[in-house]
Design a protein. Structure first.
Length: 249
């Protein structure tokens, strides 16, 4: 078993709550309402993972499985410029963009297949200067939710989602990579899915995701990140900000 890596979020409180950062060889689930910042955190981690360990990164590249077409290269550029300012080092946004491998997933089956493609790429890059050390699935659940409607299909959906998560966990183990998945929750009770405080995917996701983070909006650019049901860390809350420069304290 390889040594677990820790990836900085760029927010000190957040890192501390996570015991130093997002852990490799584990799935970290971020859930919350639309616009709470899940995709923003994902973008920031795609940048940070490329930093050397001395700067909180894992010196690696990233695969993003983008199911909602929300990846924005311009946002990466802004965040890299933000980091340049923060560290007093002139980073090249183009270099960072080269190490972000984005794959659009058109439906849930395609999404499942893309984990295989990600593994192939990670195998190719294993001994390179930028091995894949982060896998992002944003959103994990949107396609599943859209495709599996009606009570008759619930068990089927859970079974597929469960297998998908299994594949994703395996990726994390195999490549000593961090894995981030996002899951939108509704603001109001939903007739079909029930309790809005429980993310879609329900119990199965609850057991598989090692770290579960509930993100909610606060004042201005502030966000509250809550660590829920972690196996080895105390539950806690952290306040982060999302600004032009990216994630911060
Ligand atoms: P869903 O995918 O709809 O569930 O939402 P999400 O949780 O992924 O939200 P997302 O990460 O897209 O957050 C959107 C919010 O991030 C916006 O409302 C802004 O507050 C903030 N944001 C997005 N882009 C920028 C930016 O370029 N600059 C700044 N300062 N804030 C941004
Ligand atoms: Mg999003």
């Amino acid at each position: 078993r390889k040594l677990v890596g820790k990836l900085t979020t760029g927010c000190e409180e957040f890192d501390e709550m996570m015991g130093g950062g997002i852990e490799s060889q584990s799935i970290t689930e971020m859930y919350g309402e639309f616009g709470c910042g899940k995709t923003q955190v994902a973008h920031q981690l795609a940048v940070n993972v490329q930093l050397p360990p001395e700067q909180g990164g894992l010196g690696g590249s990233v695969v993003i499985i983008d199911t909602e077409n929300t990846f924005r290269p311009e946002r990466i550029e802004q965040m890299v410029r933000g980091l340049s300012e923060k560290h007093g080092i002139e980073y090249d946004p183009e270099e960072f963009l080269k190490n972000i491998h984005v794959a659009r997933a058109y439906n849930s089956n395609h999404q499942i297949l893309l984990v295989e493609s990600a593994s192939e790429l990670a195998n190719e890059l294993k001994d390179s200067e930028m091995p894949v050390r982060l896998l992002i699935v944003d959103s994990l659940t949107a396609h599943f939710r859209a495709e599996y409607i009606g009570r008759g299909t619930l068990a089927d959906r859970q079974q597929k989602l469960n297998k998908h998560l299994h594949d994703i966990q395996r990726f994390g183990d195999l490549f000593n990579a961090c894995v981030i998945v996002t899951n939108q929750v509704m603001s109001k009770p939903d007739a079909f899915f029930g309790d809005p405080t429980k993310p879609i995917g329900g119990h199965i996701l609850g057991h598989t995701a090692t770290f579960r983070l509930y993100i909610r909006k606060s004042k201005g650019d502030k966000r509250i990140v809550k660590l829920v049901d972690s196996p080895n860390l105390p539950d806690g809350e952290a306040i982060m900000s999302i600004t032009t420069e990216g994630l911060g304290d």
